[in-house]
Write a protein that binds this ligand. Structure first.
Ligand SMILES: Cc1ncc(COP(=O)(O)O)c(C=O)c1O
Length: 358
């Protein structure tokens, strides 16, 4: 089946009781047991399992080609992956350009529990080869990276990690399964912030980790229950509904971004325009980055990305404060755009007016 078909149907079976095409939201904390220790499938308590969450997990697994475990945020998914794969004293390789919250999780939280890390530009495979040692348990990849939109060669990273027995996890939030399926490239794990393109409507926070390895899957399920960072049933429903239009939306996001990129390249003061050639994420530099972000009208000044509406932000002052002073620090004149699915001409006009005001 093609992805467009899969996206519409993944994880959805008609409700067995009434036949509703869209299954019910199981807004319950627990499940009646007809006898002690007897219950349907694994539904004994909703932190451990919930049918609405299970449907979303089936869908997310199908789209990325593995088995999915859903979490209450992208960072909760990252936390589960890292804490399951690594132990105190282990070493993890992070990209030198990455979402600030992932860096903060490793540098400020997990480091206190004995995890060691290095930041490496993963587009430089020689540098990566040097950074992966015998004690490296995990190479964390982000592709495209946030906010500089570098694309990493996942297959090459996997080959390097394998030589040292390290696992590879790919944060594929900016790409989505429409543009990149890391498990097919050999990665052990995929992570998404479903808050972004997968949910797609800026109305939910969620995350997921996906793997083909049964041992990793069991480990993630264990952490999901043991830590308890589970998504609520309504949130699962919302992400699942978003998935159904994912391929359509990703096409529209890319069309908007292509038009914006072409226009930006001719605008005064704009330099270093970046776009991976897919998705709606664009970044550029301008001496009046803050002024531009405060002047746009259609592009809303806000953190996050991947919704149908366009957003603008200045990473250094907003999403990436936690990398300030580290090797992953971002330039202060960088503007990050999440191009939505509005008419591209309206988005271009909005940016043109905001940049003309500089
Ligand atoms: C690439 C990337 N990964 C992970 C996250 C964290 O996701 P969440 O905000 O859902 O915890 C973000 C958030 O912006 C992100 O951009």
């Amino acid at each position: 089946m093609e992805l467009a078909t899969l996206a519409v149907h993944a994880g959805l079976d008609p409700d067995p009781t009434y036949g509703s095409v869209v299954p019910a939201i199981h807004q319950t904390s627990t499940f009646r047991q007809p006898a002690v220790g007897r219950f349907v499938e694994d539904y004994d308590y909703a932190r451990s399992a919930n049918p609405t969450r299970a449907a979303l997990e089936r869908a997310l697994g199908e789209l990325d080609g593995g088995r999915a475990v859903a979490f209450s945020s992208g960072l909760a998914a990252a936390h589960a992956v890292i804490t399951h794969v690594c132990a105190a004293g282990d070493h993890v390789v992070l990209p030198a350009d990455l979402y600030g919250g992932t860096y903060r999780l490793v540098d400020k939280v997990l480091a206190r529990w004995g995890l060691r890390h290095d930041l490496v530009d993963q587009t430089d495979l020689d540098a990566l080869e040097r950074a992966v040692g015998d004690d490296t348990r995990l190479v964390w990849v982000e592709s495209p990276t946030n906010p500089l939109l570098n694309v990493v060669d996942v297959e090459a990273v996997v080959a390097i990690a394998r030589r040292r027995g390290a696992r590879v996890a790919v944060d594929s939030t900016f790409a989505t399964p429409v543009n990149q399926r890391p498990l097919e490239l050999g990665a052990d794990l995929v992570v998404h912030s479903t808050t972004k393109y997968l949910g797609g409507h800026s109305d939910v926070v969620g995350g997921v980790a996906i793997t083909r390895d049964d041992g990793l899957y069991d480990g993630l399920r264990f952490v999901q229950n043991a830590i308890g960072a589970v998504p609520a049933p309504l949130d699962c429903f919302l992400v699942h509904r978003g998935l159904r239009t994912l391929p359509l939306r990703m096409r529209a996001h890319a069309e908007s971004a292509a038009a914006v990129v072409e226009a930006l390249r001719g605008m005064p003061g704009v330099s270093d325009v970046r776009w991976p050639g897919f998705s709606g994420m664009v970044s550029f530099r301008h001496p009046d980055a803050v002024g531009i972000a405060e002047r746009t009208r259609l592009f809303t000044l806000a953190e996050s990305l991947g919704g149908v509406e366009s957003l603008i932000e200045v990473p250094q002052a907003m999403t990436h404060q936690s990398v300030e002073g580290s090797a992953a620090a971002v330039p202060p004149d960088l503007v990050r755009l999440s191009c939505g699915i509005e008419a591209p001409a309206d988005l271009v006009a909005d940016l043109r007016a905001a940049i003309a005001g500089a």
